[in-house]
Design a protein around this ligand. Sequence first.
Ligand code: MG
Length: 159
Amino acid sequence: MTNIRIGNGYDVHALAAALPLFLGGVKIESPTGCIAHSDGDVAIHALCDALLGALALGDIGKHFPDTSEEFRGIDSKILLQRTMEMVKEKGYRIGNADITIAMQKPKLAPYITEMRETLAGLMGTSPENVSVKATTTEKLGFVGRGEGCEVYATVLLLK
Ligand code: MG
């Protein structure tokens, strides 16, 4: 019998002027970037939380605490690699992942393909199994005011 596990992840970071913006492992041209202890890749953080959640292994803050000097400014791709090591240790592989990024601007459409390829590479799967979607919130709420970026991630793991 195929063993399947589902997980969801959610993360928010505040945006501020003149910071670099990384989403899904890709550098995005943007006047604002995420305020963070790491490189602030909120999409990878939500994805890591979905993977950890699928295995009931806690959350990203437990494994990579933002109080630790080890993770100051860290490339979030490394956090995803380390999370995938835990997934593999438990004998699982990616079925598929679906990520929704809510951000008012910039437009993320030009970066979607590269994000899917980058995340798929890091997770040892095909881009066909990695969906990245971007939406605005029609100028509503903190996302709509450009104060923050919000990401939802869902993953299915197969054994
Ligand atoms: Mg985060």
